[in-house]
Write a protein that binds this ligand. Sequence first.
Ligand SMILES: *Cc1c(COP(=O)(O)O)cnc(C)c1O
Length: 356
Amino acid sequence: MKKHNFFAGPSILSEFTKDETAKAVMNFAGMDLSVMEVSHRSKEFVAVVDEAVALVKELLEVPEGYEVLFLQGGASMQFCMVPYNLLNKKAAYLNTGAWAKKAIKEGKFFGEVVEVASSADANFNYIPKGYEVPADADYFHFTSNNTIFGTQMSFDPEVSVPLIGDMSSDIFSRPIDISKYDLIYAGAQKNLAPAGVALVIVKTAALGKEFRPIPTMLDYNTHVKGQSMFNTPPCIAIYAALQTLKWYKQRGGIAAMQKDNVEKAALLYDELDRNSLFKAVVPAKEDRSVMNICFVMSEGKEALEADFLALASEKGILGIKGHRSVGGFRASTYNALPKESVQVLVDTMKEFESKN
Ligand SMILES: *Cc1c(COP(=O)(O)O)cnc(C)c1O
C-alpha cells in the first residue's frame, strides 16, 4: 500500500533523493565503489561537496561574503557553537519552544542570555510579538519554525543586532533574505537529507573575533578553512543532500516549494477549521506553521483519538502522532511530501467525521 509519510524528523525525502543515493551506495560516480567506501578527498567526492555548496548558494541566493558549511553534531551542536564563537558578553533569545530553550541553555555557558519574550504561558501555541531586543546584544537568536509546537515565523525579523536563525525545520521551504543574517543553521533531517549533517550559512565578517579560545572542532574558522573537510565529513548524508538540492532546482526552486507548501498547509488547516471533530492547536492564522501542523480532537471528542490513529494507519498514513508535550496529532508537511498525501489525510478526517 502507498504510504503517506508525515514523520517530523527524520522525515520524508524525495523519491529522487532516495533513488540516486541508493545507486551511489552501489556505484558512486562510475567508480564501481560505494560512496561509503571512497576517500572524502577523492576528486569525485570533493566535486559532490562543491556542487552542494554551489546549489545552496544558488537556491537561497546567498550573497557574497557568506560561507556554506556542512558540519556534524546536528542542530544541537549549533546551540553551543553559536555562543562559543559569537557571544562575547550578552545575547538575546526568543523563547518559542523546546528547541529555543535548548539553545538558550547552551548560550548561558558563555555569557548573559536575555530572553526577550516567551510563549511558554500558552504552551508555545503562538509567536510572541512586540518585544524589544537590547541594542547591546551580540546577537538575536530565534527559531523560525517550531517543529514541536507547530508555530512559524515565516519572515526575517527586523532587529538592529546581528541575526541568527535556527531554520532546521523550514529551510528551503520559503525564500529568505540571507543578507539580514550573520548565521543560519539547520539540521538536515527535516528538509534536506538523512540525519548526520547540519547546514550552516555564516557571514565571513562575523567570524574571527576570538572572544575566547575555542577547541578546534567547535571553531567555525576551522571548517571555513577546511571547506567542510577538516575531518572526514558524513559523506553519504552530504551526497543525499546534493540530490535533494538538485530536485529542488528541477522543481522550480524555493519559490515553487513555497507555493506547494502554502497550498498543502491550507488544505489541512481549512479542514481543521471546518471539521467538527478536530481543532488546530495554533489559533492565530499568521502563527501557524506550514511545515508542522498540530491538531487535537475537539472538546468532548478526546476519546476518539486512538480510533482516528487506527483509521489513519489503515489508510497508510504514518507519523501523525503528536509530540508528547502537545498531544493529539502532528502532520509534518515538508517539501518532499506530495499534496496527494495531505489530500488522503483530509479525506480520512472527513470519513472519520461521517462515521462519528
Ligand atoms: C530537529 C530540530 C533541532 C535538533 O536537530 P538535531 O539535528 O537533532 O540536533 C533543532 N531545532 C529545530 C527547530 C529542530 O526542528
